[in-house]
Ligand binder design. Sequence first.
Ligand SMILES: Nc1ncnc2c1ncn2[C@@H]1O[C@H](COP(=O)(O)OP(=O)(O)O)[C@@H](O)[C@H]1O
Ligand SMILES: [Mg+2]
Length: 258
Amino acid sequence: MHADAHQLSHMTVITVDGLSKTFDMHVLGDTQVTGLSDVSFDVREGEFLAVVGESGSGKSSLLKCLYRTYDPTEGRIVYHGADGERREAVDLASCDDRTVIRLRDEAIGYTSQFLDEIPRVPAVDVVARPLREQGLSTDEAREQARDLLERLHLPEELWEAYPATFSGGERQRVNLAQALAPKPDLLLLDEPTSALDPETRQAAIDLLREYLDDGTTVVGVFHNTAVIEAVADRVVVLGNGALQGIVPIEAYEGAVVG
Ligand SMILES: Nc1ncnc2c1ncn2[C@@H]1O[C@H](COP(=O)(O)OP(=O)(O)O)[C@@H](O)[C@H]1O
Ligand SMILES: [Mg+2]
């Protein structure tokens, strides 16, 4: 059931306006592939916005544009900042790389659908790193990292091991813990629970709920209808790279999950 625990703000965190992403496929004789086509919507402060659509509908492209892993081809992604520290709006589609890096450090977290290359660093230190960068001592950072890994059911004997040797589900926990650790204002999650068993998925949902209660805004791609119904406020439905609709969770039927 959707617990209406947090009050939805009317403040807008992000305005996506006419966002398009096309890929030039030189190997295919200079044809173009559409990732996103003229997508517009707002993200409200403190909301959990789920993104759904069939495979290839542009969900990952959307999150990668928001995180500026992809340079959008057209459109604007205006980041208005978190409440209390409202700075001048930044267009994530066109701002310089230094601004992107600063916002990633200070405000925006991301987990990719496919696990990135994992450094030869013990799991606990992968998670502790962003905390140390925020100024915590190594001991404090590792303590918080261990708490998160425990909450996400990573077996204790793996905390000091290298994630390179982990299963998909174990790596996913490290990935999610790393994104959650610095408590970003905005979390972009691309299928962060796809490889988790039901019990661990529930633990991840409980953790995400606590973040929502603290005011974190989440834009997340989820396959699992139960997860969406448990946490989402609104659902963005994509099809062929285009926006098919934005559905409040009360009206969401779970029909278009791909
Ligand atoms: N880096 C890329 N290069 C070329 N085509 C891409 C790239 N990323 C995504 N696409 C294409 O964009 C479309 C949307 O993909 P994606 O955003 O990954 O969809 P989803 O996450 O919904 O499965 C697909 O046709 C896909 O092949
Ligand atoms: Mg995807």
